[in-house]
Design a protein around this ligand. Structure first.
Ligand code: PAZ
Length: 318
């Protein structure tokens, strides 16, 4: 396998984005995870999920954030695991998590009760009326964790995300085309370099705040060209204006030369996406019946992309 190359963005990353102290440890954990699963004949997908936090002060009180809940990433992780992939889940701290996402829309205390009534308060059980599928979900979660198929890696800030993605890509490079990147995180396009950031809380007594933000380097470029050049790479493109979405998806494919873009619009993202590749455009739509049957669009997206990944691997080998 080829060594990952150094890119022109590496210098900028080192200078302007503070690296998390555990980045080398993460690099090694992912390398070991990739080795283990490649030896077992499995593909490994790195899923990025959730939004990024952009601090305005180095002792951060305030930051810029975005809407992403991490639902796309968490749901997709479960379908990849069902398909037989091992999953590196690079997710925003406290965003939705595979399997545990079931608990996100309820107050967990409302789902628990004393098994012997309030007279025996030491035994707590789940109320099946509040969480009807809990046993099934817990069983799947245990199977996945016992088989070490899910490697969670957390980030909060944009800087952490960028450094951890780079480290992950360099580690996954070792398994070549068996690695997939499924980049569903909503990553900020703007940031304040560490050298321009005030240390302390910005004082409102100084009057209205004017911010000047720099453009975040396009990390997809070194990922595809230098860090994991044999991997199967999927980026996501979100717009609020449907009229520009597909053009932007195609432009991204032309610029970065990766394998696919999943294009979606903010308001319809749970029921409609378009998977765009250099040679095709495939609409994935949930019908009313699908919605009633609680079909999740991520199941269809993952089916489409794992099939494309299989063809990609065959082409590389053959
Ligand atoms: O995290 P979520 O389920 O609320 O939303 C998913 C999404 C819209 C963040 C994702 O599908 C996506 O498009 N991510 C890339 C966004 C972008 O940078 O254009």
């Amino acid at each position: 396998m080829t060594e990952p190359r150094v890119s022109s963005i590496d210098g900028k990353l080192a200078e302007e984005f503070a690296a998390p102290s555990h980045v080398d440890e993460v690099r090694e954990r992912i390398a070991a995870f990739a080795r283990l699963h490649a030896e077992a004949g499995r593909c490994v997908v790195l899923i990025s999920s959730g939004g990024t936090k952009v601090p305005l002060e180095s002792r951060t009180v305030r930051f810029l954030d975005n809407f992403s809940s991490g639902r796309r990433g968490a749901q997709s992780a479960e379908y990849f695991l069902e398909t037989g992939y091992a999953v590196v889940f690079l997710h925003r701290h406290r965003s939705l998590y595979p399997y545990a996402r079931t608990l996100s829309s309820i107050n967990v205390l409302d789902a628990l009760e004393f098994s012997g009534g309030t007279q025996e308060p030491d035994r707590v059980v789940v109320n099946p009326e509040v969480l009807p599928n809990m046993a099934k979900v817990l069983k799947k979660y245990r199977e996945v964790t016992d088989a070490q198929l899910l490697l969670p890696i957390e980030f909060s800030t944009l800087s952490e995300y960028l450094h951890l993605l780079k480290a992950s890509a360099q580690s996954l490079n070792a398994i070549g085309s068996k690695a997939m990147f499924y980049l569903a995180a909503a990553v900020s396009d703007f940031y304040i370099p560490v050298c321009d950031m005030p240390e302390h809380k910005i004082q409102s007594s100084n009057g209205p705040l004017q911010l000047s933000l720099k453009m975040v380097p396009k990390i997809l470029s070194p990922l595809v060209k230098d860090w994991a050049p044999q991997a199967f790479v999927i980026s996501f493109k979100l717009e609020t204006d449907a009229a520009i979405l597909l053009d932007k998806a195609r432009r991204a494919l032309e610029t970065y030369r990766h394998q696919a873009v999943v294009a979606n619009v903010l308001d319809s993202r749970r029921g409609y996406v378009v998977v765009v590749t250099p040679t095709s455009q495939h609409e994935v739509v949930l019908s009313k019946e699908d919605v009633n049957n609680q079909v999740e669009i991520e199941e269809r997206i993952v089916t489409n992309l794992t099939a494309a990944h299989e063809r990609f691997i065959e082409q590389q080998v053959g």
